[in-house]
Design a binder for this molecule. Structure first.
Ligand code: PLP
Length: 446
């Protein structure tokens, strides 16, 4: 690869100057249009949803916290009116439209959005192996996956993954329950409690001093040396992508149940925290297939790790990293601490994503405190990032004007995607809360 001329890039994309000083920025996608560029379609999402349904009896059996939903791993969609009011009061602007929180923070099994993609890919791999070896047909009852002969069979195989924490948790927990040997390569950002929990569940945790991209590279290299090892590639996996995309079908049902229609007069805005891009990219892909031009998807990244923004804005996709422009990729939002985006995702959503906002750690902590205080919902720092997009769109109407949505603002629905938090240990959460309170009160005093 050619050396990247950063000075030249900065002339072409002046926003890089702000990125380099860790400023919060907004990037509106100049190429936005209602088009996903992936050779995947609605049939693939439906196929993934059917696979998850086949596995529901198994999941229900081995994970008691999924019993209420019959083994379907899904999260609540909650109205957060008090948060909306508080944002309105503290920012001094009138917030319009309906504000909802998609609580993937409270997904069963692993408490983050990774319970969608990560668990889906492990199940897909287990099913492939079981079908190939004649252990099961698609018409059998999948509770069999919880039986001793299946566990014994899977114990001949292993699964590896590289992660900042939550993907490792999802893959590690599910793979270990099925009987696989699991190797989780954790980046330096990964929290100690996530490593401890994984070891407790029976996974092998390998700690790396480098960042996410390095942990992924190590996992990939390990799997290449071993024929019976399967690698879940967070930088390049269409299965992860599809697992995330299923969320859109479920969300449609939840909105239907609330009697909310999405159409020209009632647009939907969705704000998704972004690390490597698989989660927000997969959800965006699904939402575009379900709601088309009436859904507008914005990503949110840490000011320390704006990898998707940098990749999409420059058109270099995964050929540029935040370290290339001198950023540290060091953030309290460990789920977003990714320096280089997934090329697969960048290429798939380069038109479909409406824009990207970046957010500082301080703002994440303040939002964490506000949401806990007013809605009694406790999230991890990464999971608050989406609020920045909602706030920006209330303050600045340039996107809305360009899309000619102005007169629909009161009829709009805004969904902030809360991507993780329910598994954070109480003592850690208390520290987050107190830190957020301090920052919030300091800002109010100014
Ligand atoms: C992984 C993660 C994200 C982002 O998902 P990517 O697929 O990495 O883009 C956001 N929030 C949390 C809490 C996460 O764990």
């Amino acid at each position: 690869m050619n050396e990247i001329d950063i000075a030249e890039l900065e002339v072409r994309f002046p926003l890089i100057k702000d990125l380099r000083t860790y400023k919060e920025v907004t990037w509106e996608n100049p190429n936005y249009r209602n088009e996903v560029t992936a050779d995947l379609g609605m049939a693939d999402i439906e196929d993934a949803e059917k696979r998850l349904q086949r596995f529901a009896p198994f999941i229900e059996k081995v994970f008691p916290d999924s019993r209420e939903s019959g083994g379907i791993i899904e999260s609540p969609l909650l109205s957060v009116e008090k948060m909306k009011q508080n944002l309105s009061d503290t920012l001094g602007i009138k917030m319009t439209g309906e504000l909802l929180l998609k609580c993937d923070s409270h997904l069963p099994i692993s408490g983050s959005i990774k319970a969608r993609g990560g668990i889906y890919e492990v199940l897909k791999h287990a099913e492939d192996l079981a079908l190939q070896h004649g252990l099961i047909t698609e018409h059998d009852h999948y509770e069999a996956f919880a039986s001793e002969p299946f566990r014994h069979f899977f114990s001949q195989y292993s699964i590896a993954v590289g992660s900042t924490g939550n993907l490792g948790l999802s893959i590690g927990i599910m793979a270990a329950v099925l009987g696989f040997e699991v190797y989780v390569h954790m980046s330096a950002d990964a929290k100690q409690w996530k490593k401890d929990l994984l070891r407790y569940k029976g996974a092998n945790v390998i700690e790396h001093v480098g960042d996410f991209s390095e942990a992924v590279a190590q996992g990939r290299a390990q799997a290449e040396r071993n024929d019976t090892m399967y690698f879940v590639d967070d930088e390049d996996s269409k299965h992860l992508f599809l697992g995330y995309a299923v969320a859109a079908l479920r969300l449609k049902k939840q909105l239907d149940l609330k009697g909310m229609t999405i159409d020209r007069e009632h647009p939907l805005f969705v704000y998704l925290p972004c690390g490597v891009g698989g989660g927000p990219g997969g959800v965006t892909f699904g939402l575009k297939k379900v709601f088309g031009e009436h859904v507008h998807c914005f990503f949110a990244e840490s000011v320390h790790s704006p990898c998707m923004l940098l990749g999409l804005m420059t058109g270099l996709d995964d050929n540029i990293s935040v370290q290339d422009i001198g950023l540290d990729n060091d953030t309290a939002a460990d789920g977003l601490a990714v320096g280089r985006p997934s090329g697969l995702v960048a290429r798939a959503i380069k038109y479909a994503v409406s824009g990207i906002h970046t957010v500082s750690d301080d703002r994440l902590f303040a939002l964490l405190y506000q949401l806990a205080e007013h809605e009694n919902l406790y999230l991890e720092p990464s999971a608050l990032a989406g609020f920045s997009g909602y706030i920006h769109l209330q303050e600045n109407h340039s996107y809305i004007r360009k899309q000619e949505l102005k007169h629909d603002q009161h009829n709009a629905t805004h969904i902030v995607w809360a991507t993780g938090g329910s598994m954070v240990p109480e003592s850690e959460m208390k520290e987050y809360y107190l830190k957020g309170k301090q920052i919030y009160e300091d800002v109010l005093k100014k």
